[in-house]
Design a protein around this ligand. Structure first.
Ligand SMILES: NC(=O)c1ccc[n+]([C@@H]2O[C@H](COP(=O)([O-])OP(=O)(O)OC[C@H]3O[C@@H](n4cnc5c(N)ncnc54)[C@H](OP(=O)(O)O)[C@@H]3O)[C@@H](O)[C@H]2O)c1
Length: 342
């Protein structure tokens, strides 16, 4: 039974630095949603929170247009079809994913939704984690952009996060020596004891740069989620023909202008390559990656963690966990409950 009102979250102002309580506006609106031809009415169950969302609320050129003031905040989510319009290919009860945004309910065209084919041995949240954007980013970033090979030394920053934790494990599967970088003792213990990296370094330790030199020596692939000072230092520790995978630069997302790199000349002397990428470009190959990642999950050789925040009203505040390191693994918001077996 549909409620009389529902909640959605819109962009109210563009924050110069961290997201604040006035960045977004929570709106309770009458429930007047009715799917038309080829459309579905979706009750959102889980919403993915991603560092990229911080970029989408800046008024700047990027790979997607900025979210406009007053618009429902962008975000990837999955939910349950509670009504299918005439001619829709979906049926009531289907679980579908898509860029549904920060809302409890919405009407969407069939073509922007994709049915989730849940399988035994998987967690439904895997579709926002290892089988979603972050897992695919880890897979293609490391294998296609980084071209990791057995015996090489791989360094991963943001290693205890959703993307980094999968990169570390794929690196081990491919026979690399893996050194992980994360921001707490607990995260480093998880990376070493549960995920099996060769060494995890706490970048908040006063001895971090010495530890990096001692444990890494020189690196072949740097999978960077963080940017800033750690990237600048890593550039001084390159083997010849090293590859730097510029996946993200979360240390700079809340700043108006990054400080920049002073050590980039090492790219020349070491004949190294630094390359950014956007996972959306790999969409035609998602199926091949998902097949292999799903097999790893089912056999238990790929581990994952989820950090679940309850309620859409807490999504804005939870975004800052990504910047304070409050999350381990994939950060998601549970927007609604369902009676359906997930
Ligand atoms: N290129 C692409 O297509 C693509 C796709 C998906 C994600 N990404 C990028 O991948 C990166 C990771 O995304 P995610 O969704 O997996 O997030 P995540 O790693 O789960 O969460 C972000 C983590 O970054 C670390 N961090 C935050 N501020 C930091 C700082 N100043 N210095 C060092 N570490 C910091 C925190 O862990 P600590 O406790 O260790 O500090 C935090 O838990 C982001 O940069 C994101 O933009 C890129």
């Amino acid at each position: 039974m549909a409620p009389s009102t529902y909640t959605r979250v819109t962009l109210q102002e563009r924050p110069p630095e961290e997201i604040t309580p006035t960045t977004f506006k929570q709106e309770t609106v009458p429930f007047d949603l009715k799917p038309g031809r080829g459309q579905i009415l979706v009750k959102i169950l889980y919403l993915s929170l991603d560092p990229a969302l911080r970029g989408f609320i800046k008024d700047q050129r990027s790979y997607m247009r900025p979210v406009q003031i007053g618009e429902v905040m962008r975000g990837h989510a999955f939910g349950e079809v509670i009504e299918a319009g005439p001619g829709s290919k979906y049926k009531v009860g289907d679980i579908v994913e898509g860029g549904f945004g920060w809302t409890e309910y919405g009407v969407f065209d069939d073509k922007v939704a994709e049915k989730i084919e849940h399988q035994p041995g998987l967690d439904i949240l895997d579709f926002l984690g290892p089988l979603g954007t972050t897992g695919l980013t880890a897979y293609f970033g490391l294998l296609d952009v980084g071209k990791i090979k057995a015996g090489e030394t791989l360094v991963v920053s943001g290693a205890a996060g959703a993307t980094g934790s999968i990169v570390c494990q794929i690196g081990k599967k491919k026979g690399a020596k893996v050194v992980a970088i994360a921001g707490s003792v607990e995260k480093c213990q998880w990376l070493e004891k549960d995920l099996g990296v060769d060494k995890a370094l706490n970048y908040k330790s006063p001895s971090f740069y010495d530890d990096f030199k001692k444990e890494v020596g020189y690196l072949d692939v740097f999978f960077d989620n963080v940017g800033g000072d750690i990237l600048n230092f890593a550039l001084t520790r390159l083997n010849q023909k090293a590859r730097i995978v510029l996946c993200g630069a979360i240390s700079d997302y809340n700043k108006a202008k990054p400080k920049g790199l002073s050590s980039y000349l090492n790219l020349i002397s070491q004949r190294a390559r630094i390359e950014g990428f956007i996972i959306l470009d790999y969409a035609p190959r998602y199926a091949e990656a998902r097949k292999e990642i799903a097999e790893w999950l089912k056999e238990g050789s790929l581990k994952r963690r989820f950090h679940v925040v309850q309620g859409l009203q807490n999504a804005a505040q939870a975004m800052n966990l990504l910047f304070t390191g409050g999350n381990t693994g994939k950060l998601v918001v549970q927007v609604s409950q369902t009676a359906a077996k997930l």
